[in-house]
Design a protein around this ligand. Structure first.
Ligand code: CO
Length: 195
């Protein structure tokens, strides 16, 4: 297993609409294992494939189900690998203060559906169904948005987004410049190997 690099806003892959997975092979399984290690290492409860630079319709989640009842006995959903997800129905409304591994230091209240019926494929390609509410439902909607190139700041009012982004850019200037520089070098190297 390997820890993958998590890209941060404004990396262009976060704006990309991800492509459906068609091959449920060893390569996919390796990628899912790497994503799991990456998510765990980053202390995340969800991670979408394009957050590690792979524009495919895959996300992982491992969500606390008894948050607030003490650190020691935190129960979670366990790791759920979600491939080619489709929301079947949404019910109700809830507000939750979300964060995102691609926006270090930022947390904002987002309004989403309180309950979700989800259909997806597991790592073998078998179709699975899941009904979720609360934080699990929030996580599903947040991660599925990623696969459509939508990040949680896109769910804020234009005014709140502007304020939040200004603060984010102020706090992360250096890391953003470093990431852009690495990306430029990578592109240049790739062009050289082609030409
Ligand atoms: Co996110």
């Amino acid at each position: 297993m390997a820890v993958l690099e998590v890209v941060t806003f404004p990396h262009p892959v976060l704006k990309q609409k991800c492509a459906a997975v068609t091959r449920f092979d060893a390569e996919l399984h390796q990628f899912l294992d790497d994503m799991a290690q990456t998510m765990q290492g980053a202390d995340g409860i969800g991670l979408a494939a394009n957050q590690v630079g792979v524009a495919q319709r895959v996300f992982l989640m491992d969500v606390p189900t008894n948050r607030g009842s003490g650190e020691k006995d935190v129960k979670t959903t366990g790791r759920i690998e979600v491939i080619n997800p489709k929301i079947v129905s949404l019910r109700g409304e809830m507000k939750y203060e979300e964060g995102c591994l691609s926006f270090p230091g930022m947390s904002e209240f987002v309004t989403r559906a309180a309950e979700v019926d989800l259909e997806y494929q597991d790592r073998t390609g078998a179709v699975q169904r899941l009904t979720a509410k609360g934080l699990v439902a929030v996580c599903i909607q947040h991660e599925l948005d990623h696969l459509d190139g939508i990040t949680f700041i896109d769910r804020l009012s234009p005014f709140k987004r502007k304020i939040a982004l200004r603060e984010y850019l102020r706090q992360n200037r250096e890391a953003i410049d470093d990431q852009a520089m690495r990306e430029k070098l990578r592109t240049r190297r790739a062009q050289r190997s082609v030409g």
